[in-house]
Design a protein around this ligand. Sequence first.
Ligand SMILES: Cc1ncc(C[n+]2csc(CCOP(=O)(O)OP(=O)(O)O)c2C)c(N)n1
Ligand SMILES: [Mg+2]
Length: 355
Amino acid sequence: MAVPDNKLQIEMLRKMMLIRAFEEKIKYLFTRGAMAGFSHLYDGQEAVAVGGCAALTRDDYITSTHRGHGHCIAKGGDVAKMMAEVLGRRTGYCKGKGGSMHIFDASLGILGANGIVAGGLPMGTGAGLKAKLTGSGQVTMCFFGDGTTNQGTFHESLNMAGLWRLPVVYVCENNGYGISVSQARHQAIRDVAVRAEGYGMVGAIADGNDVLDVYEKASAAVERARRGEGPTLLECKTYRYGGHHVGDPGTLYRSNEEVAAWRAKDPIPRMIAHVLDSGVMTRAEVDTLKAEVDAEIEAAAAYSLESPLPEPEEALDDLFIGFRATGREGRGARGGCAAGAGRAECGGAEGRPRA
Ligand SMILES: Cc1ncc(C[n+]2csc(CCOP(=O)(O)OP(=O)(O)O)c2C)c(N)n1
Ligand SMILES: [Mg+2]
């Protein structure tokens, strides 16, 4: 059984606090008109990303979702670059052109948040195949929601991974809803984990509001994968506090009582109680940790709000590998792939990107 040492317990608490503070700041900025578009917030589900990613190394991969801030922070993402990206600033992870659902950091093994529901599953399965073929020892953890488990690519991905014994951990965050549709109204099963049997892989269920339980079960799955014993479907039962996205009050399809019952199981106070009871931290140390996290998020917000927006002329830059807009597109030459350059520079005739 994987028991995290004191240092890791404190780090898990810090990361959960960081995700919560990040999401609360995004909501604050959205409601004050500082942000364009929507963002799907992760508050309430912190224990899943943090417990899962704590079982991984830096070299391991994750795939994420439309609700991806928590996964990226848990895997080590830079909160200032993330917030700048959510606010569409040039200093963000994708120079402000990807936004909340396209945060990506290959250096940390983050294969991207994803606006396509179930889009991360085939990508993560492919990363698992690569790890198996090259013998790299890397494990991939794919995060996705309960609604996602009705998509075709979920079944196709798990079928292949089970057949080929790929080193992938499929983590279903069962928060009880796909947008406004409750799980009872979108599938005939209660435990997504039972689907593991159909793909010849291990299925497990964790309390998704208990970071220690998620860590223990994720660690067992990661160890199995590294030993070459194939994939796992790990279902984490949890809840999102807000609506589907920042613009959804979430009040039309669920009761106040239901939300309150889940808030009583909040993963952060639960972990605080654990570190206090077990003597891992004192109350003063917890308070200091919280103050440090809040200061980090304030600094990230200030950095983001002071950062410039991208220029309109940059709109087509970085969209394709080896391709930058040229004068012939009427947007002014921006270097990289000069007008008239051939295939070697641009990957295609007439400066068009490779298909
Ligand atoms: C292929 C595709 N179909 C539909 C959508 C619209 N959509 C966005 S989120 C969502 C529900 C996802 O539910 P779930 O997998 O439970 O994730 P949660 O939002 O609960 O985290 C849907 C249908 C989409 N983005 N992509
Ligand atoms: Mg869901």
